[in-house]
Structures are given as structure tokens and as C-alpha cells.
Design a protein around this ligand. Sequence first.
Ligand code: ZN
Ligand code: ZN
Length: 345
Amino acid sequence: MLSFISHHWNGAIDWLSANAVVPLVHGLHIADAAGDPREIAEAALIAALQLFLIACVMRPLENLIPAERWADRRHTTVDRNYTLLMLLGLFPLFSFLVLMPFAQLLGGGPSTEQASGLKAWFPWFEQHPYLLFAVYYMVYDCVYYWMHRAQHAIPWWWAMHSMHHSQRQMSCWSNDRSNYLDGMLQSFILAGVGLAMGVEPSEFALLGLLSELVQNFSHANVALRLGRLGKLGERLLVGPRFHRNHHMLRDPARPTRHQCNFGQVLPWWDQLFGTALYHDEAPAATGVGDPEVDADNERGLIAMQWHTLRRFWAAFSCRAGWRPGDVSFGPGLRPIHDADAGSAQ
Ligand SMILES: [Zn+2]
Ligand SMILES: [Zn+2]
């Protein structure tokens, strides 16, 4: 599958596994516990590739053609730390300790030889692997779109997702600024969809990597409009301008304007379901108006997680937290619906 990329990718995994991972796990006497060294090598390569592209391509572009000019980058530091922690520690750990066993429990995972999911339902796809991968990707992305809408619509989910939106300086590091409980919930949903479709773990890693890279780029503080690459550009792929609109501050004069551009990689779902916002005004400032959520900016990495969990629990444990709608967080972190407050934030 995807033979050209796959050939070189597998070659790099073999090399890293034989020359670094195997000597390392033997040196540390953890070879048995560590499992398949090729899987570890693949995870390390994915993280290295992602970090390289963020630090050596996207970050210099932010200096060259910034969408917003900042006096300093103070608020991006915590987001960079989130990215490093996620790529170098938490994601690999979570994948091996939780997602892999979860996949095997549901009958998927590396040991399954039989065709399942889409291949079992439509054997025709066996002969058309690229098309199959494209279909996987579209389903994955569509599920993400609806999940993201739920993250904004359901107050207890917004309590967590609002941390991602509380950034004042949106940059190539901002994608990984998110609550870990929210991240786990999303991973289970997306992995469940992948398993149901019969995606193989190696393909799932590729799906994840492609999505993450597009998302790192769509958060970058770069004044690049994919529309410049041709009218079709920004209609085909989510770019920095499109996602910047999703992160706009709520405008009290236009209280529903920020409910736009939920797409992760493909803007098609926004176009299809009427939430796409393309416009030619100067990019709006990003962040949140709710003082409780904005206070995340004064918190460190751990405190931010803790406060977000408290917000989540306050919303999860009350009736208002389950009623869809825009909210802010009031006394005791309880969600107050904009509709009930009488005025939109
Ligand atoms: Zn969002
Ligand atoms: Zn975002």
C-alpha cells in the first residue's frame, strides 16, 4: 500500500530499529517489556519528522510572513512545551499503553490478517489501495468535523476544548495545547472509527501524521492564503487563514460569527454543512472573551490542565453543562448560557 512512500518509510524504520532501538532496549535491559522495536522506531521517526517540519519550516515562515506581529512570543512558550511533551513523551506512551491494547481488544491491531471493515464490505477496494486510503481519510476527517462541532456545542466538552482556544498568540505550536482528557476522548473516538473501517495500524499512524502536520500548519502565525495557490487551494485544504477564523475572538456585535471552520484537514464539511467562513477582512484577533478561560494564559502547563479539569467537572455535573449552546463559566465554574445571560459574550 502506498508503495513508494511505504518502501522508503519501512527502510528508515528498519535502519533506526536495528541501529538505535534494539541496542538501546538491550542496553537498558527492557527488551521484553518494550515490545516490537520497529513500532518504537516508527513512533520516534514520526515525532522527529513532525518536530523537524514545525521547527525548521513553519517556525521560520512565522518570522518571514506573520499574520499578526507580536512584540514578543511570551505566550507561545507554554504551547511549545505542550508540543514537545506530547511528541516526545505522552503520545508514544499513550499509543503503546492504551490505544494498542484497545485496538487488540476490539479485534483489530497488528495480529489481524483477515480483511475487515471497508475491505470486507467492498472487496473491490483490495485492488484500489490509494482510493481506499482516500476514503478512509474522508471518513476520518468527517467524523473529526462533527466531533469538533460537539466540542463547541456541548458545554462540558467546551469546558475542556476552550483551553485550546484560550491562546492569545496562535502559532505553529498551538495545535498540541489541549486538555489531556479531551485528547484521550478524541483518540478513542477516532481509533474506534479507524477500527470499524478496518484501517491497519501502520495506515492509522500515517492518517494521524498527515492530520497532525496539516493542523500544525493551520495554526501557524503565517499570512499565507491557500487561495493564492489558485482559487481552488483554500477550498481543498484547511490552511492558516481558514483556521485562524475558527479561533477568532467572539464578536458581541456578531455573536454567531465565530461558529465557523470546524474542519481539521478538509474544509469540505464546512462548505457542505454551512459553517465555512472565507472573507477578505484582516484576520481577527484570536482567543476567548470569557475571563475564566482567558485566565489560562496566566497558568503553567500543569495548572492549566488542572483548571480545565475543574471546569469540565463543574459543567459535567450540572444540567446546564449538557444543554447545547455557547456558555461562559461563572461562579463555581458553572456554565452560564449566553442565551440565559441575556447578552452574548
Ligand atoms: Zn475549536
Ligand atoms: Zn485550533
